[in-house]
Write a protein that binds this ligand. Structure first.
Ligand code: NAD
Length: 469
């Protein structure tokens, strides 16, 4: 199978000298070939990004215009982009369309941000300004759950701030990102955005490469630590958006009929493959059985299938290692006496379909509760008093987000702010927006993305301190 997708290097289409297959998770079979970027091709991408930097970093208004043009182009994406995203990622086609629209929206929003120079002092004798300068070439590395959206979280602020970018998607979902490069290639000047595809080794080559001055990485905690270590020798700047083990704490005053579906979708959207999905639920003892029953009913009612089929609500797990991991964590829970309320095993024999799984009868100390499952299996855990639930929610190295559910929003907020995490939500989960900073506490990350705060992460501070004659 020859690759029909191309990398973008120095504004040109590059087929690459090697290629590798991409698997459709609905079938478990290779359906396309993509370039497997070599060291020499990566060097070309890095060098072109470096060459493009001086001109690109000069004119904010010009950069803003280019990004607005990118947003406009993505509002009318080529036919086939959503379909391809579904085929490589697994998500339902309508959700793939929503991801593309979100990507366009994020780009347009970011293009509207300002990079103001702050004047701290301007007297007869002194003028002191705080300026924000771009860092240089940014190596951007993304995971497989929202390949387009998470790429744009990096591309748009990095470029607006005046940096140039070399972007690498996950080897599980490279095609939509390569297509993004193909779409934007005609809009963005050569070298400013390079898109290369390859495996984990390519990511490691990027993080140890001498050219980039910043790494913007989204992925697992384990890889995030490797990225941080690779950045250390030449002190590259890093932003790390890593995994989570988000707790939802339900308070005793909630209306279960109202809250259960919201919790269900906060956990199972994108088949649970969201860094900040609900990954464990703490419920007051007296509500435990009714909550299990409601979530079990919801899980059984959802249509799981090929994302290309009409009516599919949840697609397969994206890849075999992840499918095996979710299976292993659910099997381990069973060994520890779990009550499988719904699901608990794969669906069919083809592809990586796993039945939405609601698990009771286990508690902290079991892997499904303690680790990040990143898939469609949710443990529900009873608690006696709220302080104990907060303590258990916090007794983890993760700190991405969390939520508290209560009819009393103020009481909810009081509990939520005790959670050790970057986003603390009340009566909602996954409330992520382009104008809000998103990032993790503890091992869930370093730095934030989105909003003015995310933009500033792609800059260095320069103090211009002028003594007037
Ligand atoms: P991963 O860490 O395995 O891979 C992420 C990316 O890093 C891929 O492109 C991969 O090829 C690359 N990579 C692998 N080894 C590398 C190395 N040594 N150096 C540089 N790059 C390397 O993660 P994944 O399985 O693709 O994604 C799932 C994880 O991502 C989950 O833990 C999830 O919570 C996390 N995630 C976090 C956020 C967030 O914003 N905090 C968003 C989405 C996903």
């Amino acid at each position: 199978m020859a690759t029909s997708y191309t990398m973008t290097i120095d504004g040109k289409a590059v087929k690459g000298s090697k290629s590798t297959g991409v698997i459709n998770p609905a079938s478990g079979k290779v359906f396309a070939e993509v370039p497997d970027c070599t060291k020499a091709e990566l060097d070309q991408a890095m060098e072109s990004a470096q060459r493009a930097f001086p001109a690109w970093s000069r004119d904010l208004a010009a950069r803003r215009k280019v990004l607005n043009d990118c947003a406009a182009a993505l509002q009318t994406p080529p036919e086939g982009l959503a379909r391809t995203l579904t085929m490589e990622q697994g998500k339902p086609l309508d959700k793939a369309g929503q991801e593309i629209m979100g990507t366009a929206m994020w780009c347009g929003y970011t293009a509207s941000l300002d990079l103001p120079t702050e004047v701290l002092q301007n007297t007869d004798t002194n003028r002191i300004e705080i300026r924000r300068k771009p860092v240089g070439v940014v190596a951007a590395i993304t995971p497989w759950n929202y390949p387009l959206m998470l790429a744009m979280w990096k591309i748009a602020p990095a470029l607006l701030a005046g940096n140039t970018v070399v972007l690498k998607p996950s080897p599980y979902t490279p095609i939509s990102t390569l297509m993004l490069g193909e779409i934007l290639r005609d809009i963005i000047p050569p070298g400013v955005l390079n898109v290369v595809s390859g495996g984990d080794a390519l990511g490691a080559m990027m993080t140890s490469h001498p050219v980039p001055r910043k790494i913007s990485f989204t992925g697992s905690v384990a890889t995030g630590k490797r990225v941080a270590a690779a950045a250390a020798p030449d002190l590259k700047r890093i932003t790390l958006e890593l995994g989570g083990n988000d707790a939802a704490i339900v308070l005793s005053d909630v209306d279960l009929a109202d809250v259960a579906p919201k919790i269900f979708w906060g956990a199972f959207e994108n088949s649970g493959q969201i860094c900040s999905a609900i990954k464990r639920v703490y419920v007051p003892e007296q509500m435990y059985e009714p909550m299990l029953a409601r979530l079990g009913d919801l899980a059984r009612s959802v249509k799981v299938g090929n994302g290309l089929d009409a009516g599919t609500e949840l697609g397969p797990i994206n890849n075999k290692p992840q499918f095996e991991r979710v299976t292993e964590l659910v099997d381990d829970a069973k060994k520890h006496g779990a009550k499988i309320v719904s699901g608990g095993s794969r669906i069919g024999t083809e592809g990586y379909f796993f039945a939405p799984t609601i698990v009771g009868g286990i508690s902290d100390g079991v892997r499904l509760v303690d680790e990040e499952q990143f898939g469609p299996a949710l443990p529900i855990i009873p608690y006696k008093d709220v302080d104990d639930a907060i303590r258990r929610a916090n007794s983890t190295t993760y700190g991405l987000s969390g939520s508290v559910w209560s009819k009393d929003a103020e009481r909810g907020a009081e509990v939520a702010q005790q959670l050790e995490c970057g986003s603390a939500w009340v009566n909602q989960h996954l409330a992520i927006a382009p104008n809000l900073p998103f990032g993790g506490a503890k091992w869930s990350g370093i730095g934030v993305e989105n909003g003015p705060w995310g933009l500033l992460g792609f800059t260095e501070i320069q103090v211009v301190n002028v003594l007037k004659n």
